[in-house]
Design a protein around this ligand. Structure first.
Ligand code: ATP
Ligand code: MG
Length: 356
């Protein structure tokens, strides 16, 4: 009996979707997470078939492939991709009829991890780039001086060829070698500079509101169970900005995932994230406010430190905010926050509207 109750709670509280269907995909059992995603009541869903909520029916056939994914379509038409495991058994039902047990993990949390990895990679590349461009700048001047000096040496030799005799020929060859190797060094440094230029951020014109909206779609699955409400207070919706879309999106994902984590940690059912945009003339500001567990006074000094995390071992790298700060400063903006322990936190980023 105890076991049965525990199993029921696992079924209902799980952040994964758990379904049981017969061999014709009629639902026999669904859990709360599935109701949540589809946006219909248990009663309504149980009347339908699994195939009614799937984007492509052929996906069911392709489930033998790896990775096994299914995209569910909610009542309002939103798409929810899941990694799926399924087994067919004949001992679930009393009449020994076969039934399929489906378990799905949202793909979005894996997407998040992918984004974070990408952020680290981008930052490393930018660091290598910065180092390289510093070295290149340092090398260009001495190289130009060597080049000039060898040219001057060659002139001296040809003016005094008679005096120098055979040594003159030898010296001429030496200076030619110096000159050609200097040119080679210059070519290498030029190439490095081109490489560094390619690494620099890619600034294009886009709507910051569209950027926020597309970021929210990416993290949508992480806002379910218990549901987190997103409140939007957008100012100047029509505003276009010139900046790096992908980089700002990665920063937003980091801030949003921190906010979601803080809300989950507080264990509340009325989690809320407010997104505010402000046009400040030269700068555009995005504020992400949460009613999560907040940050203690002691930790507030440390949150931007590299590897600082309060997450359990293996769950956080503590790189998120450190990288966000580094990257936003490369875009000419800044990041800041205010927080009250057990009440919530507010993080903001600003960046130049015209890209510089
Ligand atoms: N919105 C927030 N609410 C409460 N605490 C926060 C919030 N954002 C960040 N923090 C605190 O700052 C710490 C550092 O955040 P950061 O994003 O750098 O790393 P992380 O989230 O712990 O790990 P990772 O980002 O690598 O998964 C967090 O562990 C948490 O203690
Ligand atoms: Mg983080």
């Amino acid at each position: 009996m105890l076991e049965k109750n525990i199993l029921r709670d696992i079924l209902e509280l799980s952040g994964e979707i758990i379904l049981l269907t017969d061999m014709d995909y009629n639902f026999l059992l669904i859990n709360y997470e599935f109701e949540n995603i589809i946006g219909l009541s248990k009663k309504q869903i149980l009347k339908a078939k699994l195939t009614d909520f799937i984007k492509e029916k052929k996906d069911l056939i392709e489930l033998s492939q790896i990775p096994k994914t299914l995209t569910f379509i909610s009542k309002s038409g939103e798409k929810y991709p899941f990694y799926i495991q399924h087994v067919t058994r004949d001992h679930y039902l009393p009449d020994k009829k076969k039934a399929i047990l489906w378990i799905g993990v949202p793909k979005a949390s894996t997407e998040l991890k992918k984004f974070q990895k990408e952020l680290i990679r981008l930052n490393r590349m930018a660091e290598v780039g910065q180092l390289a461009s510093g070295i290149v700048h340092e090398l260009r001047n001495p190289l130009a001086i060597i080049n000039q000096a060898s040219g001057w040496g060659k002139t001296l030799i040809s003016d005094n060829k008679k005096k120098l005799g055979q040594d003159g020929d030898e010296l001429e060859r030496v200076f030619e070698e110096i000159e050609s190797q200097t040119i080679r060094c210059r070519d290498i440094t030029d190439e490095l500079l081109n490489f560094v230029r390619e690494l620099s951020t890619e600034k294009k014109e886009f709507s910051p509101i569209k950027l926020i909206e597309s970021t929210l779609t990416l993290i949508n699955a992480d806002l379910k169970s218990p549901k987190i409400i997103i409140e939007k207070k957008y100012e100047h919706r029509e505003r276009l900005i010139k900046s790096d879309f992908r980089i700002i999106q990665q920063i937003l994902i980091n801030l949003l995932s921190n906010a979601i984590y803080a809300i989950r940690e507080k264990n509340i059912m009325d989690g809320k994230i407010t997104i505010i945009t402000q046009d400040q003339g030269n700068m555009f500001k995005i504020i992400i406010k949460d009613n999560g567990k907040g940050i203690s006074q002691k930790d507030q000094e440390k949150i931007f430190d590299i590897f600082f995390t309060t997450k359990p071992r293996g769950q956080g790298t503590g790189l998120g905010l450190a990288l966000c700060r580094d990257i936003i400063s490369k875009l000419g903006g800044e990041i800041g926050f205010s927080s009250k322990y057990m009440e919530g936190s507010e993080f903001y980023i600003t960046f130049p509207i015209n890209g510089s």
